[in-house]
Design a protein around this ligand. Structure first.
Ligand code: AMP
Length: 130
């Protein structure tokens, strides 16, 4: 069965898109640790990050780098934290999180945002994506 993220890539489930190319897709996490919490995924579904080919892994990291640069410009924060977990959704995803404290990386403190806030944040990050 297709993962929820494959359904997002296919447009069957909505997402707050930041950027995409032929192989990768970036969108806002729906239950963010902090404003601007973004997920970057390979469009090709794979469960675990180190099961990607070296080439696909490098591509994912390069794409994540570009998204992180856009995040730094769009969201005031101390730095961008990066994490890979995958225990909830078995489709490789890199968490990029604008952080100010360690608590922002702990996947406990969640930020509740409205639809309009998600849209505004996604647009602001997308504008800075190069
Ligand atoms: P994990 O698999 O533990 O790395 O966490 C999966 C992440 O995906 C969580 O932070 C969820 O909030 C996020 N998530 C789950 N479903 C969606 C969705 N439909 N759109 C955006 N983010 C999602």
């Amino acid at each position: 069965m297709a993962s929820i993220f494959t359904k997002i890539v296919a447009g069957e489930i909505p997402s707050y898109k930041i950027a995409e190319d032929e192989n990768f897709y970036a969108f806002l996490d729906i239950n963010p640790n902090a404003k601007g919490h973004t997920l970057v995924i390979p469009k090709r579904e794979e469960n675990k990050i180190f099961d990607l080919s070296k080439e696909e892994y490098d591509g994912l990291m390069s794409f994540s780098y570009r998204v992180a640069k856009a995040l730094e410009k769009a969201i005031p924060c101390e730095r961008i934290g990066m994490s890979v977990i995958g225990l909830e959704v078995p489709h490789v995803h890199v968490h990029l999180i604008p952080i100010n404290t360690m608590a922002d990386m702990q996947f406990v403190k969640k930020d509740k945002l409205t639809n309009d806030e998600f849209k505004t944040i996604a647009e602001k990050i997308a504008e800075n994506f190069k």
